[in-house]
Design a protein around this ligand. Structure first.
Ligand code: 6R9
Length: 650
């Protein structure tokens, strides 16, 4: 049986870039030709965006695949590139971070301030015995010190591993053990949903459990009571008292920069290892190219948490290496009210906004009138990351946030790829809503079938990356074999991303979700994404998650969990009528094969901290099983809500 995906939907709308943006774009169409003519020379040119202490001898060493080395022999310091050189160039007074705390307190951090803080933190870490190659865990709220901590580690060659503030003791302790870390940097807590949310107690328990940690550095953010142990040191009594000068030493291009754990769907989390020169080259270039960043005039805002790879590459390393001015926000989008994001855009005149489909769909659910109250005319480029963006959410984003002017860049990438791989270029691409369009210049991507043959336009299959790229993961920390098995063994010579994808008639790429989530219904492979998008295109639906549940006649059957829009009546017969209408709507949009067996109306969906729907848990519900691992859920009460809602609905 062929494992190739069916190609069901046919979205045809297309939006060319505005003429002025196209005329002044940082990167134009010729970049694709330049990179195609000589890929390695293209990346060497991008590496020259950075300041190297020692030039490289070789651009790429791919003599021992899949273990790549980029810019071999070169040396640089990441923190110097992200901070010092902007100060040296006379931009010390420029704002690096407009920080907005959830309660409304603010801080302005200039590049000079950042240099001082990073130098002080580097001196403190050195005093605590941290040296190049040591691992440091970071478990922080969204405050400037989170970025400072990362840069201070990079400055002294220590490898950081950031864990989402809010992950459990178990998740933190497992990661401390796997990375064999010796220091944790944390805070007493941070503000979420209008109140202080503690972090330190989780660290205390994890530290007690692992026994490996020598020191815990604690930022005072909320002022809440904390337990104190002899390992603990206040940030304000150490870092803020330390010498503000620190000479950055250059490290090898392949020196380890960070380990970031991906939860994966099953098994032990994978510690994805990224290194120095190639990673910074690609994050810096893609931030410049995909967002068209003009460092002198743009105000950039990425709403991701620092604990997600998006926060690493597009809050810390990409933007700061480019000398950007950015907004950093601590809290949740509905505190104190549902207009908070738009109020921030309006207040700081944000011109580039990078967020996730889950947030866009939430904003859709809350209603068009909320963004309409704010002045969003400063926005000129909008980005999306984390999941496929349904065409209807894309259109809503453009209409209600971009006011029908701004290009949208739907950026596909992964923790493993380190930086954006597939995306429109805002000044070049006529984007289609729901498609990430094409591989960026210098990147090789394809869709292949189960025989590893490239599928023709109109076909569907597996997304693979066909060439090594500068910011690629170098291995899974401590487990080279798992690195080979997970990514390089399914198709010879290709990186297997784990996502399903299709090519449309023009060859544009449409991402269709994880292949583990693909449903097999009466012998047809159907993607969850397409059925979800069909549901979201119905005017009564805000969000939908679709899973395949075991079925005696069809093998698997489609079960959908659907959140109605705020104003929709779902009580009694109205709910039944809506469900019937939705089943028919999907059948009409995608064909009868995609008609869900069952649709449940729910108030929430289970999501990870980065906003990805955890379909695995919904499958457990659909198949009446007890729930699997819920430790990476953003809100652990959601599953109770869904299960109890279903019981009362029956
Ligand atoms: C950056 C990030 C990676 C997985 C990836 C894919 C999904 C991310 C996407 C997208 C469709 C996009 N994904 N961006 N799917 N369109 N624009 O999200 O990293 O958390 O490691 O997740 O996210 O399934 O394989 P990470």
């Amino acid at each position: 049986m062929s494992e190739t995906l069916e190609n069901l939907s046919s979205e045809t709308r297309q939006f060319p870039p505005p003429a002025d943006l196209a005329a002044n774009a940082n990167v134009k169409a010729d970049a694709y030709e330049e990179a195609a003519a000589d890929r390695l020379a293209f990346w060497a040119k991008q590496a020259e965006r950075l300041a190297w202490a020692k030039p490289w001898d070789q651009i790429l060493d791919w003599s021992n695949p899949p273990f790549a080395k980029w810019f071999v022999g070169g040396e640089l310091n990441i923190a110097y590139n992200c901070v010092d050189r902007h100060v040296e160039a006379g931009n010390g007074d420029k704002v690096a971070i407009h920080w907005e705390g959830e309660p409304g307190d603010t801080r302005t951090v200039t590049y000079s301030d950042l240099l001082k803080l990073v130098s002080q933190a580097a001196n403190t870490l050195t005093d605590l015995g941290v040296t190049a190659g040591d691992r440091v865990m970071i478990y922080m709220p969204m405050i400037p010190e989170a970025a400072v901590a990362m840069l201070a580690c990079a400055r002294i060659g220590a490898t950081h591993s950031v864990v989402f503030g809010g992950f459990s003791v178990d998740a933190l302790a497992t990661r401390i053990d796997d990375a064999d870390a010796k220091v944790v940097i944390t805070a007493d807590g941070g503000y979420r949903r209008g109140k202080p949310s503690a972090l330190k107690p989780t660290v205390d328990e994890a530290v007690a459990r692992t026994g490996r940690i020598e020191h815990v550095l604690v930022v005072r953010r909320t002022g809440q009571e904390v337990e104190w142990t002899d390992k603990d040191k206040w940030w304000h009594e150490t870092v803020e008292q330390a010498s503000p000068t620190h000479e950055a030493q250059a490290f090898d291009s392949e020196h380890p920069l960070f380990i970031l754990y991906t939860s994966g769907t099953t098994g032990k989390p994978k510690g994805i290892l990224h290194t120095t020169g190639g990673y910074l080259t690609q994050t810096s270039y893609t931030h410049h190219a995909v967002f068209d960043l003009k460092a002198d005039t743009d105000v950039y805002w990425c709403t991701a948490d620092i604990g997600w790879v998006t926060g690493h590459s597009y809050i810390v390393y990409g933007p700061l290496s480019n000398g950007a001015t950015q907004v950093m926000y601590e809290g949740t989008p509905d505190t104190p009210d549902r207009g908070r994001f738009w109020q921030i855009v309006d207040k700081y005149k944000v011109s580039i906004l990078y967020t996730a489909p889950t947030l866009i769909r939430t904003m859709m659910k809350w209603g068009d009138d909320i963004p309409a109250k704010y002045d969003l005319s400063s926005l000129r480029v909008l980005g999306s990351v984390g999941e496929p963006i349904n065409p209807e959410a894309w259109i809503w984003y453009r209409e209600h946030v971009g006011r029908e002017r701004t290009p949208i860049v739907d950026t596909w990438w992964q923790t493993e790829t380190g930086a954006i791989m597939i995306s429109p270029l805002p000044g070049v691409t006529a984007a289609k809503p729901g498609s990430a369009m094409t591989a960026l210049p210098g990147i090789g991507a394809d869709v292949i079938d189960d025989q590893a043959q490239s599928v023709p336009n109109g076909g569907g299959g597996f997304l693979v990356l066909t060439e090594p790229w500068p910011s690629m993961l170098r291995t899974i920390w401590g487990d080279d074999q798992r690195f080979i098995d997970t990514y390089w063994s399914r198709f010879d010579g290709y990186y297997f991303a784990g996502d399903g994808a299709k090519k449309d008639a023009d060859g544009a790429l449409w991402l269709l979700g994880r292949v583990d989530d693909v449903m097999l219904v009466s012998g047809h492979n159907i993607s969850t994404t397409e059925v979800e998008s069909a549901l979201v295109s119905h005017p009564s639906v805000a969000e939908a998650a679709v899973v395949g549940a075991t079925d005696p006649t069809t093998g698997q059957a489609i079960v959908a969990f659907t959140i109605p829009r705020g104003n929709v009546d779902t009580a009694g017969d109205a709910g039944e009528a809506l469900i019937k209408d939705l089943r028919n709507h999907v059948a009409k949009t995608l064909g009868p094969i995609a008609k869900p067996r069952q649709i449940m109306l729910v108030a929430e969906l289970p999501k990870t901290r980065s906003g990805k729907i955890m379909r695995r848990l919904l499958r457990d519900v659909a198949e009446n099983r007890s729930l699997g691992d819920v430790t990476t859920l953003q809100d652990s009460t959601v599953m109770d809500l869904i299960s109890s809602g279903l019981k009362t609905a029956k």
